[in-house]
Ligand binder design. Structure first.
Ligand code: NA7
Length: 532
């Protein structure tokens, strides 16, 4: 007999809702969380300017109308502090804190075949057995600290945006280096530049950013959404990425089917609206290189119009397919480089050789700084899972099972790892959607599944090999049909040296939700169920 029905790893938005759901369904559960508070990604990423790139009226739970009616978002895109407050509100509102053990890292999870239970071990010495284990470890939670020589020799302050100090960082009067130009850098650079004396940005790959046009939410719009919140949520779930049902309508045409005036008008309209919906004007932006180039060139033109120094503008202009790396949503990023105290270093041209006690040494010269901000991203989607010593049947580790890249069935289950679920795991739409939509869909599905297993006296559930292989093929086939595999993105694991290059998320939310429902309706087709 296990200590609890379910151990949940992580108290971000997935872990919080999973705990609530399990309690509602009458399962006993314990949650372990490394941080000393709830919020997951939104607990750790407290760098200046950290904001969600999904609009706040959508980036929230929809499972309880009272909750969505009572919570007040203040801005179009919520800041990290506001999202963290929301996570805390949820934890308090549903009395979840007493189910969560904070400051505790799960180090190992081992499936015991004799009694069909998971043994979960932590770095505080806790050792718990559970019938099921649910990994709610997040897709962007394992910070990617680059392996640069001399990194430990720096005499100033080093911070990573994804593990940002709770007490904040005082940049006033300081010389600052930011390494990386992804979304975290693009959000934080304008604010750090306002505060510091001198800022040097080390860029390996230029990135596309579209304006957020962030603003306080209009009370009328909020009231309108709240009046129809259920319909709004349902409409968003019919969208390819699980958000954006209120975005301006696109042309519904391929770029090549439009006149130059139509293309210009559509892109102007989307630029003026701002946000991730920028790519939604035409049906083939992420399918056809020539269509993509038209949209990419529009952004490059905007960069040239914004950045005064043509050489800097050129350096800031990305070459890769737009949307291949996740599009960034910015507030004043490119214009920040018009400041005299802000400098851009192309580390493709002059690579970083080492970190010195005084700063950053490139092949060209040393940059003396007081603070280095590593905005170098995450070991995305698999990093947090694989940092735990997970062992399934026959003592096989997840690391070994995934040596050639992650293999799952539906992004929910893994062959050889019975009674184990991953929330928004690789092979599910996850990071290509509004995460809140995908998290809720998975938690609801897992809750239904556990209830079914209890009602039908099932001892173990495990993905079948054939179903898993077919699923992995399906995910890859869809990705191969698009331009996503053409650049070194974290979707592919290409940002982490040595990581196998596999496109990890699944494109297309609505058919995925349908497939999961269908699997459940067919008594968990593709999973092997062992009766008691
Ligand atoms: P990203 O988007 O992975 O960006 C990381 C940045 O750091 C990117 O510009 C990388 O360059 C750069 N990087 C990574 N490793 C190095 C090394 N070793 N040297 C120099 N530069 C490096 O992470 P973010 O935190 O910005 O955003 C992650 C997601 O969070 C984002 O997509 C949103 O969904 C929210 P590269 O492009 O690999 O050449």
């Amino acid at each position: 007999m296990a200590d609890v029905d379910v151990v949940v790893v992580g108290a971000g938005f997935a872990g919080l809702y999973m705990l609530h759901k399990l309690r509602q369904l009458g399962f006993s559960a314990r949650v372990f969380e490394v941080g000393d508070g709830v919020g997951g990604t939104w607990y750790w990423n407290r760098y200046p300017g950290a904001r969600c790139d999904t609009e706040s009226m959508e980036y929230s739970y929809g499972f309880d109308d009272d909750l969505q009616q009572e919570w007040h978002w203040t801005e179009r895109y919520a800041t990290q502090p506001e999202i963290e407050r929301y996570a805390n509100h949820v934890a308090d509102r549903y009395g979840l804190r007493d189910g969560i053990t904070f400051n505790t890292r799960v180090t190992a999870a081992t499936f015991d075949e004799a009694d069909h239970t998971w043994r979960v071990q932590t770095d505080t010495g806790e050792d718990v057995t559970a019938t099921y284990v649910v990994f709610a470890t997040g897709c962007l939670s394992s910070a990617n600290m680059p392996d640069i020589e001399g990194i430990d020799t720096f005499e100033g302050l080093e911070v990573h945006t994804g593990r940002y100090p709770k007490e904040g960082v005082d940049y006033s009067g300081k010389r600052v280096a930011v390494i990386g130009t992804g979304s975290s850098a693009i959000q934080s650079i304008p604010i750090i530049a306002e505060q510091c004396a001198d800022l040097t940005v080390f860029q390996r790959t230029a990135n596309y950013a579209v304006p957020a046009w962030n603003q306080p939410l209009a009370p009328d719009d909020v009231a309108d959404i709240k009046e129809h919140y259920g319909e709004f949520r349902a409409a968003n779930r019919t969208m390819a990425a699980g958000f954006g049902s209120r975005l301006p309508e696109g042309t519904g045409k391929a770029v090549a089917e439009c006149t130059p005036d139509e293309i210009r008008a559509e892109l102007d309209k989307r630029w003026a609206y701002g946000g991730l919906g920028f790519l939604g004007g035409f049906i083939d932006v992420l399918l056809t290189p020539s269509a993509n180039e038209v949209v990419a060139d529009y952004v490059r033109q905007k960069i040239r119009e914004t950045v005064k120094d043509p050489k800097v503008a050129e350096l800031l202009s990305p070459e890769q397919v737009i949307g291949c790396k996740r599009l960034c949503v910015d507030t004043g990023y490119y214009a920040t480089f018009n400041n005299e105290h802000v400098h851009l270093v192309d580390i493709k041209e002059t690579p970083i050789e080492r970190i010195t006690p005084a700063g950053v040494l490139t092949s060209e010269r040393e940059y003396a700084v007081d603070i280095i901000v590593f905005a170098t991203g995450f070991d995305a989607m698999t990093g947090a899972l694989l940092s735990i010593d997970i062992k399934g049947r026959d003592g096989v580790s997840l690391q070994d099972a995934w040596h050639a890249g992650p293999r799952t069935y539906l992004g929910l289950g893994v062959k050889g790892f019975p009674n184990m679920f991953t929330i928004t795991g690789p092979g599910s739409p996850s990071v290509l959607t509004n995460m809140m939509v995908s998290i809720q869909q998975h938690v609801d599905w897992i809750g239904d599944c556990l209830t079914y297993l209890r009602d039908h006296h099932v001892t173990t559930i495990e993905a079948e090999q054939e179903a898993q292989d077919a699923w992995v093929d399906y995910v890859n086939t869809i990705a191969a049909f698009t331009l996503f595999p053409t650049c070194n993105s974290w979707y592919l694991g290409a940002n982490v040296p040595g990581k196998t290059r596999v496109f990890m998320p699944l494109l297309g939310y609505p058919p995925y939700e349908e497939k999961c429902n269908d699997v459940a309706a067919k008594n968990y087709e593709g999973f092997a169920l062992t009766p008691a």
